[in-house]
Design a protein around this ligand. Structure first.
Ligand SMILES: Cc1cc2nc3c(=O)[nH]c(=O)nc-3n(C[C@H](O)[C@H](O)[C@H](O)COP(=O)(O)OP(=O)(O)OC[C@H]3O[C@@H](n4cnc5c(N)ncnc54)[C@H](O)[C@@H]3O)c2cc1C
Length: 520
């Protein structure tokens, strides 16, 4: 039996937040939630299945291989609500049999060779923040499961000031990468909500997108080079920023979620650290008017660094629970850069957004958003304790389909979760913009039923069906993992699946890399 308090949550127990009276009042008034749902304090681990002979061989190439319960439990799941609910119910069925902590890239390669010989499934583990079941490998047909935790691979290998690129080992966590770059006067500019714990290798493996993507781009666009260890050897990509030398093999590794190789090193574009920042709030009379304004900026500029637009429900709930105050729909418009650039773009944005129907709310809402932008995951733990389900999901589509996708997903969630009793809260914002389309990010809060895991899985399936039926993609930035696999395989079709299977077969002939993730 093992203590769960450190793993079935975001951050450490010391970071736990308590719900404000505003939130508690809302849970009871809007969702009828009154009885808390405390988490189990311990979890039972399945017996390990790796033999002493195999463990000895693994340790001969990587001395840091642990089989203790604490290590296994800490690598048993990601951080989706589904993962947390399972752990909170005392279930750690997907715990690996052992955890390797390689100290060098060569040790990763040697571990893969040893695991191939002994048919041990390998789960690359970056920050462990997957929300799509990306860390739960299929066991059937394998001698056991080894999590390969890349945390010790956290060096800044090289910084090229001339080309403005930095080469990192893949296990480096985002805050440390930013600290290392800040010491040299640079930033990467990748700030997903999981920033505090996620790793650069994980960002590449899942094609992550950060909150400042309007200015700095998605993570996959930041990557200029990748090195991956595969069971058949090293794959090194990216000898020039762009190239016409055949298909771009970087694209095979970006989004491959550990199924084709373990990314051990990556080279990313970097930017001079911003000298100035200006974050402002704007209100729009409706989501439609706001979406039109956001599209106008994405297509014709000026483009800020951060651009998000909440729908009416998200704006109202945030305002009612202590967040930025706004009528209608709140947009956060943030600009970062040199002092001159920030002043110029801010003035141009003020003119354009006013012309597009926006009302300026000053910097208070923008600053409040910046300050609280990594807080939601801590709040989720408190909501789960209180008896609510709280989860997010996301998609992307072209601008012309955006209203239909928004309505379909919202409708599917409302209908599915209302079946269990009180209608849920379904909130949405436009989270990432492009000239041709945008990402929609939904937050759902509902009263837990007696079977919250099944409850959420049904709601998620209904939302995923609605996403697919509306012609949108099953994921804009969370990745496929296990949770999105059925919709993903339908999205890419039989030929797409065959192409990826061919790659998998070539790079990983024994299929040991993250079995069950990405592809069936
Ligand atoms: C509260 C919360 C907020 C989030 N917000 C965002 C957000 O704003 N934007 C966003 O894009 N995502 C977000 N996510 C999702 C998640 O943080 C990202 O998917 C992130 O990219 C995963 O990084 P990680 O290092 O934690 O990877 P992990 O969770 O450790 O791994 C993710 C997947 O990639 C594989 N993998 C990890 N490292 C490697 C490697 N080096 N080589 C090969 N495969 C590897 C794993 O096996 C797994 O399948 C959020 C998650 C949570 C829990």
């Amino acid at each position: 039996m093992n203590e769960l308090r450190d793993v079935a949550r975001w951050g450490t127990p010391a970071d736990a937040v308590t719900l404000s009276s505003g939130v508690r009042g809302l849970l009871s008034a809007a969702l009828g939630i009154t009885s808390p749902r405390p988490a189990a304090s311990t979890a039972e681990l399945p017996a390990g299945t790796l033999s002493e002979t195999v463990l000895k061989e693994l340790r001969s190439v990587c001395p840091a291989v642990s089989t203790d319960d604490e290590s296994r439990l800490a690598h048993a799941a990601g951080k989706s609500t589904d993962d947390l609910l399972r752990l909170r119910a005392g279930r750690a069925d997907d715990a690996p049999d052992a955890v390797a902590r390689p100290a060098t890239q060569q040790q990763v390669a040697d571990l893969l060779a040893a695991c191939s010989r002994h048919r041990v499934a390998v789960v690359p583990f970056g920050g462990g923040t997957s929300v799509v079941g990306g860390l739960a490998a299929r066991r059937e047909g394998f001698a056991g499961v080894l999590a390969v935790d890349l945390a010790a691979l956290d060096r800044l290998v090289h910084l090229d000031r001339v080309s403005r690129t930095a080469t990192f080992e893949a296990g480096v966590r985002a805050p440390r990468a930013e600290q290392l770059l800040a010491a040299e006067g640079f930033t990467l500019g990748h700030f997903p909500q999981s920033f505090e714990y996620a790793s650069l290798g994980g960002f590449a493996a899942t094609r992550s997108s950060g909150q400042a993507s309007a200015g700095y781009g998605r993570f996959d666009r930041m990557v200029v080079g990748l090195r991956a260890a595969t069971p058949i050897g090293l794959l090194d990509t990216g000898r020039a920023p762009e190239s016409a030398a055949g298909p771009d093999l970087r694209q095979l590794l970006l989004g491959s979620e550990g199924a084709f190789g373990v990314i051990t090193e990556l080279t990313v574009r970097i930017h001079p650290a911003p000298q100035a920042r200006h974050y402002a709030g704007w209100s729009f009379p409706s989501f439609d008017v706001g979406a039109h304004a956001v599209r106008a900026l994405a297509q014709d500029g000026p483009l800020p660094t951060v651009l998000r637009l909440s729908d009416e429900a998200e704006t109202a709930i945030n305002a009612a629970t202590g967040g930025p105050q706004a009528d209608g729909c709140l947009a956060v418009v943030g600009v970062e850069g040199t002092a001159e650039d920030v002043a110029g773009r801010t003035a141009a944005l003020e003119q354009r957004l006013t012309a597009l129907g926006g009302t300026p709310l000053g910097t208070a809402p923008g600053d409040a958003w910046q300050e609280g932008r990594f807080r939601a995951p801590y709040l989720r733990d408190a909501l789960l304790d209180a008896g609510a389900i709280a989860e997010t999901l996301e998609t992307a589509t072209f601008w012309d389909r955006l209203p239909a996708t928004y309505a379909a997903v919202r409708g599917a969630l409302m209908e599915n979760l209302s079946g269990a009793g009180t209608p849920p809260l379904v909130l949405c914002h436009i989270s990432h913009v492009y000239d041709s389309g945008a990402s929609l990010y939904f937050t759902v809060v509902a009263a837990q039923t007696e079977e919250p895991i099944a409850q959420w899985q049904a709601a998620k399936a209904a939302a995923s069906d609605a996403i697919a039926a509306s012609g949108a993609t099953i994921t804009h930035h969370h990745g496929v993992g296990r949770a999105h696999r059925p919709w993903y395989t339908r999205e890419i079709g039989d030929v797409g699946v065959a192409a990826l299977r061919g790659v998998k077969q070539a790079l990983d002939p024994h299929g040991i890399l993250n079995p069950g993730i990405l592809l069936p």
